[in-house]
Design a protein around this ligand. Structure first.
Ligand SMILES: [Zn+2]
Length: 294
């Protein structure tokens, strides 16, 4: 009889614990994203179960970012860290070490088919294809579910809704670009950030600067690009939100190729800008390109 009472007490205790667990679980999961595009994707999947801190913010350049002491504190407190990988965040390993973080690191590009390059370089700008974004979302769902198993079904459902919106955006991107005459589908941007966009949607992007903004365009590179713009009658050059527009303004003066607008290459706009989410960024870039080229 005493034994039964004792079992009963334990059972009541376990029931009480089960009831109280949701309260405890309401503390949002602390997730750190390396840059703004990832930060938005993670927020879309995580909803109100998570709290995202983004290291490289709106309109900022992740290639040449210099982490701050506040970033190290955010990473130290994180329960999950998500990075792009493919060499985009050259500074991340040092930051992880400095912070003492030893939790899970999810690489959002895991499983992506890499863009074929002539040199040994890897192109990290995989987010510039919506097909790749589906893989980012899959990896984010996996990472969040590892860190917060109780939320796994919520993350899966949020991701499914998000992917429906992504499908609609993809259809709009493809039909919009189809309206540009084939001979006008060539543009110039500052750095080589749109290779995945080029492969996926059939525009040609030329850039005076390579895959990373760390390198600078040589005078010879710029001269050869200017000759190419003349020869191939490339209609427009585009400024990027993350980089200094002066070189492209010079190219515009010397070639007469018009400045087609601002493209969001490696970062979102601020909240009140036209590209404050990943899907808005994609539509904004597509419509900016199309308006200038049609
Ligand atoms: Zn870039």
């Amino acid at each position: 009889m005493i034994f039964r009472c004792w079992l009963h007490t334990i059972a009541m205790y376990l029931i009480a614990l089960a009831i109280s667990t949701p309260l405890w679980a309401e503390q949002p999961l602390k997730v750190v994203a390396s840059f703004s595009i990832l930060g938005d994707m993670i927020q879309q999947v995580g909803g109100n179960r998570i709290e995202v801190t983004t290291l490289v913010g709106a309109d900022a350049d992740g290639h040449v970012y210099q982490p701050t002491p506040a970033d190290a504190r955010s990473v130290a407190r994180a329960e999950l860290l998500v990075v792009n990988g493919l060499g985009f965040e050259g500074w991340i390993e040092r930051l992880i070490q400095a912070s003492g973080y030893n939790g899970t690191v999810i690489t959002a590009t895991d499983g992506i088919k890499l863009r074929k390059m002539q040199e040994a370089d890897t192109d990290p700008h995989a987010w510039q294809s919506l097909a790749n974004a589906r893989i980012y979302i899959r990896n984010i769902v996996h990472g969040l579910s590892l860190a917060d198993q109780a939320g796994a079904s919520v993350y899966k459902a949020n991701a499914a809704r998000y992917l429906d919106r992504l499908d609609a955006v993809e259809a709009e991107v493809i039909s919009t670009i189809a309206s540009i005459p084939a001979h006008r589908r060539k543009v110039v941007t500052m750095h080589d950030a749109f290779g995945y966009f080029e492969t996926a949607y059939g525009l040609v992007f030329l850039a005076p600067v390579g895959l990373s903004t760390e390198s600078e365009a040589s005078a010879a590179d710029v001269a050869s690009l200017i000759r190419q713009i003349h020869k191939e009658q490339i209609p427009a050059v585009f400024i990027e939100n993350i980089s200094d527009p002066r070189l492209l303004q010079q190219i515009n003066r010397e070639t007469g190729a018009r400045i087609g607008g601002v493209l969001y290459s490696d970062a979102l706009s601020s909240r009140d800008g036209p590209a404050s989410t990943y899907l808005d960024m994609f539509l904004y870039n597509t419509h900016t390109l199309t308006k200038a080229l049609k």
